[in-house]
Design a protein around this ligand. Structure first.
Ligand code: TRP
Length: 329
């Protein structure tokens, strides 16, 4: 079985875009591969969270992924900071990562612009830490979105560089994994093409019925069709895209027909859509709340994952130390 790995930043809650874009595919992947999923809490330190926020976020994100179906009995699910081996590999890889190439990455340049008063070394070496995450288990595939492709390219570079430097064929080059046709893009409710946290247009898995209704009723719509079979504006296509996922086919057909003969009432459509979204989300929401309140279970999952992950991480670090030339006295 191939080793597949993905890291999840512990910031914010999962929205429908995350769910259909990544999480659902992770859940599927865990059964077909030797899957490692971890919460990247070392990475989150670049923005200096408070200790309470840090721990709370890790637990929340862990609860949400478990509620979506990541199974600790199937995949290795762990918290990055439970593996000091990652920090060690990061240190070792840093010796072969160059200032120029790190400064040139788009995500670093982006961060320099966005948080000019906190350009710390952790931000600069973010791709090195990410390479350590990936190489520590000799991962073959890494499912990533477009925004992470450059980081993956760096991981490949560091793997190759290590092999060349020590004339070994030790690290394989991790391959970005694109879900292709399985990737469903969820649009925003504001007429934009993409649902996102920073866009502020997200429907979250933990949103309650009232919140969902409020957000959907406020969704952008136009003045309505005036001609038979008129082309839909983007914001209406977006609502139908979401309906296609959460509503019964008959319901979608009903409102489409009404759109085409100009009798659609957006208020009714939105009310139905809000109800269908809630029906979809509510079992997941209940599971999140249930798991989040079960500290004992969360702790068991984290311990089990750490134990499994450390086994493979310790082996890699031991071998890397030998290759580099560290010898014990
Ligand atoms: N940088 C990734 C993100 O922002 C999270 C991440 C950290 C990651 N380490 C990783 C993803 C290793 C894949 C593999 O989403």
């Amino acid at each position: 079985m191939d080793i597949v790995l993905s890291g999840i930043r512990p910031t914010g809650n999962l929205h429908l875009g995350n769910y259909f874009g990544a999480v659902k595919n992770f859940v599927k992947m865990q059964h077909e591969n030797n899957a490692f999923f971890f919460i990247a809490d070392y990475h989150s330190l670049t923005t200096h969270p408070t200790p309470a926020d840090l721990h709370g976020n890790v637990k929340q994100v862990l609860s949400e992924y478990l509620a979506c179906g990541l199974d600790p009995e199937v995949a290795t699910i762990y918290i990055q900071s439970d593996l000091p081996e990652i920090a060690e590999l990061y240190l070792l890889l840093n010796m072969n990562a160059y200032l120029g190439e790190l400064e040139r990455t788009t995500s670093f340049k982006d961060k320099v612009r966005k948080q000019a008063n906190n350009v710390n070394a952790g931000l600069l070496t973010y791709p090195v830490l990410m390479a350590a995450d990936i190489l520590i288990h000799k991962s073959k595939y890494v499912p990533v979105g477009k925004d992470q492709e450059q980081n993956l390219e760096m991981a490949r570079k560091f793997a190759k560089r290590f092999n060349n430097m020590y004339s070994v064929d030790y690290f394989n080059e991790p391959i970005p994994f694109n879900f292709g046709n399985d990737l469903i893009k969820i649009p925003g409710l504001d007429g934009s093409g993409k649902m996102g946290k920073s866009e502020g247009n997200g429907l979250y898995l933990i949103d309650d019925e009232k919140t969902i209704k409020k957000k959907v009723m406020k969704a952008k719509t136009d003045a309505g069709p005036t001609q038979q079979n008129q082309e839909m504006p983007q914001e209406i296509i977006n609502l139908f895209t979401i309906a296609d996922i959460v509503s019964e086919k008959d319901t979608v057909d009903f409102f489409k027909t009404n759109y085409n003969n100009c009798s659609i009432r957006y208020g009714d459509f939105k009310k139905q859509l809000a109800e269908d979204i809630n029906n979809f989300v509510s079992p997941i929401r209940e599971k999140i709340i249930d798991i989040r309140s079960n500290e004992e279970y969360l702790s068991k999952v984290a311990k089990m994952g750490a134990e499994k992950a450390r086994e493979s991480a310790a082996k890699t670090v031991k071998e890397v130390r030998e290759i580099i030339g560290f010898k014990s006295f």
